[in-house]
Design a protein around this ligand. Structure first.
Ligand SMILES: Cc1cc2nc3c(=O)[nH]c(=O)nc-3n(C[C@H](O)[C@H](O)[C@H](O)COP(=O)(O)OP(=O)(O)OC[C@H]3O[C@@H](n4cnc5c(N)ncnc54)[C@H](O)[C@@H]3O)c2cc1C
Length: 308
């Protein structure tokens, strides 16, 4: 049994993105004995090639920003474990957290900072070609599409950012989107300047086709099926919250599966708080700055509950 497994923590934070690490930084300052467990340490923001709206940094990559968060959290005393949590069980006085590797940790309170997962399009061929041309992470996979033609599907900022990143590798990037789009207008201007991006407006995506790898995408435009030959499909159609753990604990979620929190970031289950993209908090404005703020508020609420 490791030291971590023998300890009964004041707090275990599940999730190591901005919300979880923000909560950890405040928890160290409050001297809460805590542990952070997150599968992807750094969270989804590590996929962002450039962040320009985090106060104090004019421009920084998501990876570099999160490395700073991780360094600061560790420097203040946090233990961060890179594991997937499979189960949380409510015991009489505390919670038992069980990871995929079978490790067990005990805590008086929990912050769920579970973030988001990429939304699937659920079209024919999508599942079959994952890893064979279909990707949900341009930052991770763009380099495999050097000198190829690729398509990005989506109409938001993530799609525009993925397209921007892909222009550094691919020959041609199609941006296949429905109307209206909701990326920032400045992003569209930057994409046009590259002369590599072609915007295609469509009604729907119908199928991804190929043999051993992706070869084309079929979409509906003006009521007609159109075939676009490409070798990569980057899907950026949004995200869904990862709330399975929360629901199994009896935590209430809204109709879109976001964890319902009050102003203190508390859920309906005694001892369980939630923070970041996974919650209904911050007017559902899902950004790094709000995730960190929610983590800080949750940590402060737990401090008041345990110590005051
Ligand atoms: C490409 C891209 C660009 C973006 N650009 C910006 C930007 O410019 N500015 C901005 O403010 N925001 C941006 N965002 C949004 C920002 O990344 C999110 O708002 C922020 O990451 C939310 O933080 P979070 O901690 O709530 O969730 P996440 O970052 O999603 O972190 C969730 C954490 O929970 C962990 N987790 C989930 N389930 C489990 C489990 N069962 N067991 C263990 N760990 C688990 C994950 O591994 C991860 O560590 C961008 C996002 C993307 C994808």
């Amino acid at each position: 049994m490791t030291e971590e497994e023998k300890t009964i923590y004041d707090l275990i934070i599940i999730g190591a993105g901005p919300a979880g690490l923000g909560a950890s930084i405040y928890s160290s300052r409050y001297k809460l004995n805590h542990l952070v467990i997150g599968e992807e340490v750094g969270g989804q923001v590590v996929e962002a090639s450039e962040i320009e709206n985090w106060a104090g940094e004019k421009s920084i990559s998501g990876r570099d920003l999160m490395d700073k968060f991780i360094d600061q959290a560790k420097e203040l005393g946090a233990s961060i474990i890179g594991e997937n949590v499979e189960q949380i069980e409510k015991k009489e006085n505390d919670f038992e957290i069980i990871t995929k590797n079978g490790n067990k940790y005990l805590s008086k309170t929990i912050i769920l900072a579970l973030g988001m997962k990429p939304r699937r399009m659920n079209v024919k061929g999508e599942k079959d070609f994952v890893g064979k041309g279909v990707s949900y992470c341009a930052t991770c996979d763009a380099m495999f599409f050097r000198n190829r033609n690729v398509v990005v599907v989506g109409g938001g900022d993530s799609a525009a950012m993925a397209a921007q990143h892909l222009t550094e590798f691919a020959d041609k990037v199609y941006l296949l989107h429905r109307e209206p789009t909701d990326w920032e207008p400045s992003r569209e201007e930057e994409l046009k300047k590259t002369n590599k991006v072609e915007f295609i407006s469509c009604e729907n995506i119908l199928e991804i086709k190929g043999d051993t790898r992706v070869r084309e995408i079929v979409y509906l435009q003006d009521g007609e099926n159109k075939n676009l030959p490409i070798e990569g499909v980057f899907i950026e159609v949004g995200t869904v919250p990862g709330v399975v753990l929360a629901k199994n604990l009896g935590v209430n979620v809204d109709d879109k599966e976001y964890i319902i929190v009050d102003q203190t970031q508390a859920t309906n289950v005694e001892g369980v708080w939630a923070a970041g993209d996974v919650t209904t908090g911050s007017n559902k404005f899902r950004q790094i700055i709000t995730a960190v703020a929610e983590g800080a508020v949750a940590s402060g609420s737990i401090y008041r509950k345990l110590r005051l």
